[in-house]
Design a binder for this molecule. Structure first.
Ligand code: PMV
Length: 361
């Protein structure tokens, strides 16, 4: 598919008003996306587990305007309260996607959204939020063009979500989603995420992710700024090459259920992401002292317990603790006894790998 194929043919149906709701999950990258080209094209391919519990529910109510407008008409509410601060981001998103969704200037919208995780938890809500909104907009488009296929619907939802926030492209489907072209992964695209097409061993089914809320404050450096600092970064090319290599190595790891191989790639990816931040110009550190305390505790516990617990990080101080389902009892006890103390107010969220977004009736 090319960008042009996401420009719709003239709508065949006319709809006066309606309402649509989607629940869309967050995701956690195993091979990280860090660095992008124009129009949210990733500098390297990435792969993530789709989560199940950390999700955004968005309802879009729409009503046709008497005549098409020159600007976008919408209101946004978070947890039932009008949230003016979200408007500029959504307006920018609407501008970016308008050519692919021309009905955006023909309706007025009410966007109501809520997250299953605490708003200020430091968990990125952009992946779940942008994918939920993209899915609602696609549902409206499906009402206007009912003949579209489910594959087209999913691809375009991911394509639109990507234009809102890159990693959101990976939140439409589950359980492993790849985004970004890789020579050995057929169907992979820079424009949208695809379900990982190769064999995945059953040990990765229901894989667990406990998110330790180490720091719930606002990040000092946004992802947008961080991605941008990969332009002219001294190690950028080497890093992009490494991401391709790691995806290749993961193919065998997934097929064979090689948990030690998995741990070594996933932890290295997390630390490399943060190493890129520490070696940008200007440089910055998003980890906190407790992030490092937790990493050391995980390493010590893994050694002692012979379990396969490991960690990954996103662009922040929180730690994602990953482990297979059959080690859940032991690892969750360890989290409660030894890691919770390093979390803000002792807070953590148990999550696991999910199947992607759902329409809510
Ligand atoms: O989607 P963005 O632009 O917020 O970037 C997210 C980047 C990471 O979370 C750090 C890595 C990833 O692949 O999700």
């Amino acid at each position: 598919m090319t960008e042009k194929e996401f420009i719709p043919s003239p709508y065949t149906k006319s709809v006066l008003s309606g309402k649509t709701t989607y629940k869309s999950p967050s995701n956690i990258a195993l091979v990280k996306y860090w660095g992008k080209k124009e129009n949210q094209i990733p500098a390297n391919p990435s792969i993530s587990f789709t989560l199940n519990e950390c999700a955004t529910v968005t309802t879009v109510t729409y009503e046709r305007l008497n005549e098409p407008s020159n600007s976008f008409f919408f209101d946004v509410a978070l947890d039932g309260k009008v949230e003016g601060s979200f408007k500029p981001k959504i307006n920018t998103f609407f501008e970016r996607v308008y050519q692919y969704l021309p009905f955006l200037k023909e309706y007025q919208f009410k966007i109501e959204t809520s997250n299953s995780f605490p708003h200020s938890s430091g968990i990125a809500s952009s992946a779940s939020g942008m994918s939920a909104l993209a899915l609602c907009l696609m549902e409206i488009e499906r009402n206007l063009n009912p003949e579209m296929t489910q594959d087209y619907f999913n691809q375009k939802a991911s394509f639109l979500a990507r234009l809102g926030s890159g990693s959101a492209a990976r939140s439409i489907k589950g359980s492993l989603v790849q985004w970004g072209v890789h020579a050995k992964i057929e169907g992979s695209s820079n424009l949208y995420g695809v379900e990982y097409p190769h064999k995945v061993h059953s040990v990765f089914q229901n894989y667990c992710d406990t998110i330790l809320l180490v720091d719930k404050g606002q990040k000092q450096v946004s992802s947008t700024v961080g991605h941008d600092l990969m332009h002219g970064h001294p190690f950028a090319e080497q890093r992009f090459h490494q991401a391709h290599e790691n995806l290749l190595k993961l193919e065998t790891v997934f097929a064979e259920g090689d948990l030690n191989g998995f741990i070594s790639i996933v932890e290295s990816e997390a630390l490399t992401l943060h190493a890129m931040m520490m070696t940008s110009q200007p440089y910055f550190i998003l980890m906190k002292p407790n992030t490092l305390e937790i990493i050391n505790k995980i390493w010590a516990f893994r050694e002692d317990s012979k379990t396969h617990v490991c960690f990954t990080l996103d662009a922040g101080a929180n730690v994602h603790v990953l482990y297979p389902e059959d080690e859940k009892t032991q690892v969750q006890q360890f989290i409660k006894d030894e890691l919770a103390a390093y979390c803000q107010n002792g807070q953590f969220i148990h999550d696991f790998v999910g199947n992607g977004a759902q329409k809510i009736n």
